[in-house]
Design a protein around this ligand. Structure first.
Ligand SMILES: Cc1cc2nc3c(=O)[nH]c(=O)nc-3n(C[C@H](O)[C@H](O)[C@H](O)COP(=O)(O)OP(=O)(O)OC[C@H]3O[C@@H](n4cnc5c(N)ncnc54)[C@H](O)[C@@H]3O)c2cc1C
Length: 600
């Protein structure tokens, strides 16, 4: 008799799935899925980051990948119980493939799989040395001329990149490159991070001085080493810089600071990169098998070209170059743009006593930080979530288990609730002339971030200054030109300016491939980021996953890594396993390699 309790329902389903897959019976396996199902696979079956949408795509993937993958041992994850709410039965699950152990999550509707998440936890035979398997550190016994840990580290640092070659070079030593390198270190993949700034954390230190993280601490942990429980909710930028520097050191990363990557080219025959870097004024050629660009999705400034830029007598810079407000007390400042950086910079300039005007060309999504925390993040990333037993790993996986195709359906009610709760706040902003939006389909901040990585401000105070007129606002206009002492807007308004800050955002990461490798390779891999949602700045067709991030690209051995701290933590796991598998010559046939539809 079928067990109707949640554990029984999941076990019965997993048992049937196990049998069908072990028998190689794709049709029988596909029949265990709902017609509107989603199977999101992070590397286990597809050696890709891919969501199969609907039974046909599940069937196609299994036909292509089942024989190689050889999955088995599907069961409710050790120590976990299934649960049931509103007709959905869900559970953490575990399984194995021929080469890896996997962890995942399943939701059943009417006894069939509605969503399935399969993720690779570890490669068999290449497990990380954790817990019982941690290194000894000390070498007990006696040995002549033995080297200490320090001497061994120094020897490694002296040799790698000179007398021995790294398997992987990561260009960019912000938190993305650092988190990935930490995972690769644990997997024993020789890696060098190449960073043009002097010290780890400098990419944060060099940002405008008022910056604090917009995301709360529970969302921001790095792999292996969570922030302590007394860490502030919103980390000041220099503090996060120091944490990254400490992390780089204690995780024993080979971090080449003050080193600029100048050029890279791939030898398709020899399957090896030639990476030219300048370290301490000397040119060094590295020969890695894999190249990761972790150069930042918020690092390639979009600097507009306005007539008269060369004649403005005052200061003019992109927000990424803005030093902070100190020298602008009593001066007239114009900030072009109305997203996060624009708001932060306007508020800091106002605090410093500048006369500041924000120029808003098109609408912006604003969400108050406390509303976002309480209604948007609290269930997964908050002190309450921690108190009720939620771990960072589980929170990441729950978030990952929600298919992108329908994620907006979960988000719209959240932002509707926020609009209701903060109705007065939004009314006052509109009254001040601010152009608001909530995303093309009212799905709010996360969807905007995933689709276009821009178009919003998490309000930590600047909106009040806009609403009450302390920060002056010109909206629905563009900059027409600059004169010696002013910004002229498209409606003819003249704004006197001693300072013009262009808070105009950042370009696609494949621009880095164009700079460092070639235009041809940049075009071959195409646009980086976005889901293909056919919403503003995220043109279709539908991709189902973020373009080119953390997964194989059309250019062999070229990878992109980055995103916010949460994504960097979560996806570095899957990128590191893909790289390790290649180093160990484990076959990694990529299923569903993304086609290129857009160049930038
Ligand atoms: C104002 C602002 C506020 C933000 N707030 C948040 C937040 O609250 N939470 C959050 O998670 N994210 C936030 N972000 C996004 C933020 O950019 C990322 O989280 C983070 O900086 C990304 O890390 P990264 O390692 O991918 O890129 P970056 O930190 O940008 O690092 C890229 C590195 O690559 C280096 N580099 C580039 N080219 C070369 C080369 N040729 N040779 C050598 N090195 C090179 C750069 O020097 C840089 O250090 C914010 C971004 C900005 C601009």
């Amino acid at each position: 008799m079928l067990d109707k309790a949640p554990n029984g329902k999941i076990s019965n389903l997993l048992g049937a799935l196990d049998k069908a897959l072990s028998a190689g019976d794709v049709e029988r396996a596909a029949d265990l899925f709902q017609a509107d199902c989603y199977w999101r696979d992070l590397v286990t079956f597809t050696w890709n980051i891919k969501t199969m949408e609907g039974k046909d795509q599940v069937r196609d993937m299994l036909k292509a990948r089942l024989a190689d993958t050889k999955p088995s041992n599907w069961k409710i994850a050790d120590g976990e119980d299934a649960s049931e709410t509103d007709g959905i039965t869900e559970s953490w699950i575990q399984f194995e493939t021929e080469v890896a152990r996997g962890f995942g999550h399943v939701r059943l509707k009417d006894g069939l799989i509605w969503t399935l998440l399969t993720t690779m936890s570890e490669l068999k035979g290449y497990e990380e040395p954790l817990g019982f398997d941690r290194p000894m550190g000390a070498k007990h016994g006696a040995e002549r001329n033995r080297k200490t840990w320090k001497e061994e580290r120094e020897a490694e640092a002296a040799e790698l990149g000179y007398s021995s070659q790294p398997y992987c070079v990561i260009v960019g030593g912000g938190q993305g490159g650092i988190a990935l390198a930490a995972r690769l270190r644990q997997l024993n993949v020789p890696t060098i991070i190449v960073e043009k700034n002097e010290r780890p954390g400098d990419s944060w230190r060099k940002r405008y001085k008022s910056l604090c993280l917009h995301d709360p601490v529970w969302y921001d942990h790095l792999p292996y080493l969570p922030f302590p429980r007394n860490w502030p909710v919103f980390s000041p930028k220099d503090k996060i810089g120091d944490w990254l520097e400490m992390y780089t050191k204690v995780m024993e990363l080979n971090y080449w600071g003050s080193t600029k990557c100048k050029k890279a080219s791939y030898d398709e025959k020899g399957r090896e990169w030639t990476v030219v870097v300048e370290r301490d004024g000397k040119e060094i050629v590295l020969k890695p098998k894999q190249l990761v660009l972790a150069t930042g999705m918020s690092a390639k400034p979009n600097m507009p070209k306005f007539e008269g830029m060369d004649i403005l007598k005052g200061d003019l810079h992109h927000s990424s170059q803005h030093p902070g407000p100190d020298k602008y007390k009593g001066k007239k400042a114009v900030v072009v743009g109305s997203n996060n950086s624009a708001h932060d910079i306007c508020a800091a300039l106002w605090e410093a006593g500048a006369d500041v005007t924000m120029v808003q060309r098109s609408s912006t999504h604003i969400v108050r930080s406390d509303s976002l925390m309480e209604l948007g993040l609290a269930a997964l990333y908050s002190e309450q979530a921690v108190q009720s037993g939620m771990t960072t790993a589980k929170a990441d996986l729950i978030f990952a288990s929600l298919p992108y195709k329908i994620l907006h359906e979960f988000q719209i009610p959240v932002y509707n609730a926020i609009r209701e709760r903060d109705a007065d706040f939004y009314r006052r902003l509109e009254k001040a002339g601010f152009l608001l939006d909530y995303g093309d389909d009212d799905s709010g901040l996360f969807m905007k971030y995933l689709r276009r990585g821009s178009g919003y401000y998490i309000d930590v105070g600047a909106s009040e200054l806009v609403a009450n007129g302390s920060i002056k606002l010109k909206s629905g206009v563009d900059v027409k030109k600059l004169t010696e002492h002013a910004v002229i807007l498209s409606d003819g308004t003249e704004l006197p300016a001693d300072l013009v800050v262009c808070a105009t955002g950042y370009g696609s990461m494949n621009g880095w491939a164009a700079d460092l490798i070639s235009e041809e390779v940049a075009n071959k891999v195409g646009k980086v980021w976005g889901l293909g949602s056919n919403t503003t700045k995220d043109p279709g067709p539908w991709e189902g996953e973020q373009r080119n991030m953390w997964k194989p690209t059309q250019q062999e051995a070229l990878w992109f890594h980055g995103g916010n701290l949460h994504q960097s933590r979560h996806y570095s796991q899957f990128l590191s396993l893909q790289l390790k598998a290649r180093m160990e010559n484990i076959p990694t046939p990529t299923y569903g390699l993304q086609k290129v539809h857009h160049l930038t």
